[in-house]
Write a protein of this length. Sequence first.
Length: 106
Amino acid sequence: MNIPTLLGMTENAVYGQLFCALIVYALLNWLFVAAQTSWPQHAVLSFARFSRLFLLQNLPVEWLIQIQHVLLQCTSCVYELSYSTGVAESKSIYNHKRFFPFLDKD
C-alpha cells in the first residue's frame, strides 16, 4: 500500500490510518473478486484500475450492475442471518461461499 500523506504523526494516529487503509483495501479486493464474471474484452479490469475507477466513480456500466447484484445478494444474506432465531436457520449464510469463503464450516 502506498499512503502518500499521513494526517497525524503520533504512533496511534499512524496505526489508525494504516488500519483504515487496510480495511478499505480488503473491502475493495472483496468487491473486485465477488464481482468477477466472464467480462467482454472492453470491460476487463485489473484490480489497480478497478480501485482507481471505483474511487473516481467512473466504473463501466457492466461493473456497476454486477456490483449492485453482489451487494444485494450479500445484504439479503446478512438480513437472513440477523433475523434468524436458531442455529439451524443461521446456516443459510453458509450457502453463500462465493461471498463469505472464510465461513466454510464443513
